[in-house]
Design a protein around this ligand. Sequence first.
Ligand code: SF4
Ligand code: SF4
Length: 519
Amino acid sequence: MQDTSEVETFDAAAVNSARVRQPLYAPRKKIFPKRAEGRFRRFKWLVMAITLGIYYLTPWLRWDRGPHAPDQAVLVDIANSRFYFFPIEIWPQELYFVAGLLIMAGFGLFLLTSTVGRAWCGYTCPQTVWVDLFLVIERAIEGDRNARIKLDAAPWSANKLVKRVSKHAIWIAIAVATGGAWIFYFADAPTLLRELVTGKAAAVAYITVAILTATTYVFGGLMREQVCTYMCPWPRIQAAMLDENSLTVTYNAWRGEQRTRHSKKAAAAGQAVGDCVDCNACVAVCPMGIDIRDGQQLECITCALCIDACDGVMDKIGKERGLIAYATLAEYESNMMLATAGGTTPIDPRQVRGADGKLSDRIVSFHPRKLLRPRMLVYFAAWALVGLGLLAALLTRDRLQLNVLADRNPQFVVLADGAIRNGYTVKLLNMIPETRSIRVSLEGLPGGEMTVVGTNHAVGRSFILELEPDRLKTLRVYVRQPRAEVGGRTQHFSFVVEDRSSSESDRYEATFDAPETQR
Ligand code: SF4
Ligand code: SF4
């Protein structure tokens, strides 16, 4: 018989559970989540430290790209239309890399959700992480659940005022730091920080910080679980991705029911007594204000804190951990069939225990090989294919590029000596942070010669040019062909650009137009 004398019981109401859900516009019922202890809480601390660390510190990391490029490791350089990520530099015409990464993130999220349910929501979603951070501050100032409930109910006093003002002041400081960190991704962080504090930054910087400060404070500090329940579309979308083999946080009713706080009395009366001692510890720690014993609910973000709370209770009463656990619907249903003799009796947890009182070997539990389902493999294959494609594109991309735009009005000019001239706008991209000497030449177009407007390059079939590091150079080029060489109304030829010190080159197939009478 379980000894429940050491188990603390909580007067915790599941204010957001499906069975007591309020109408949409009903006033919010406050939740005072108790601090949980256990392996999932420790894992969440670790994830929180890593994600917040990445977010706040990344703009301060430096990466030496030489004198002609910024030295911020991760930078969205809007003014120069560049995205820098450590050694990788993405130009506007390479935005397909960003699109590819977003596609990978999408497949990754599908894979994660159909495997371990809403793990994104429970561990890494910014809303979850910042609410957790704000709760740390709240607990440090106002105490754990009972102290906060007491303080909330107490009339206003100097003590309450000091605690509330301190809490909100620190929350606002965190919110400002959050908004501030965001804009550091878009400009040199040390310079922008100096400009911000001296009032010299652009208005858009202050406006962005103000908007992000407000959203962080309101969403993370004030609205909390309401953002997940009412504003975020993900809980609705993810329902379509779960199947009977997806892991979700589950109350194993097949061993928990019938729940009772008076197990000795119930057992003496011959009643079936489950492992749940109805202590409400799982409800008290839930940041969403729900009771996992009511079954799967849209509000559950699968943060697993109720698993920690319940495992602690099971340890105290000498029962196996896992009354609340990550489980699949398929496992749950087969264990339920065991506990109800194939669905013919009410739950009798004695059916799932052997003569020694231990959980029976017939209980179905999760095995990692169940993750290898066709659906998982398809998601993984799609994710890996996009990743490999991006990697291949990244490793083989050209760093010297040529683009040509032919004049359309006029398409050609007939010169005094009868020669035909076409005009082109030639764009040369040097995508490395070093100066390079390049040769631009014509291929094809017999007798054709180039004149570069505004330069002293000699008229000819090629010219040499210095390209500045990491820059786009635009040239106006006239191509002239003697009348006797004109080979038709439209002739095809190529502009070719070559780096003289490396094997890099690029070419552009262009057309040369002439009037009908020249044929
Ligand atoms: S029910 Fe459990 S897993 Fe779900 S949100 Fe509450 S504490 Fe987290
Ligand atoms: S499920 Fe666990 S934590 Fe929740 S009331 Fe029952 S024994 Fe307590």
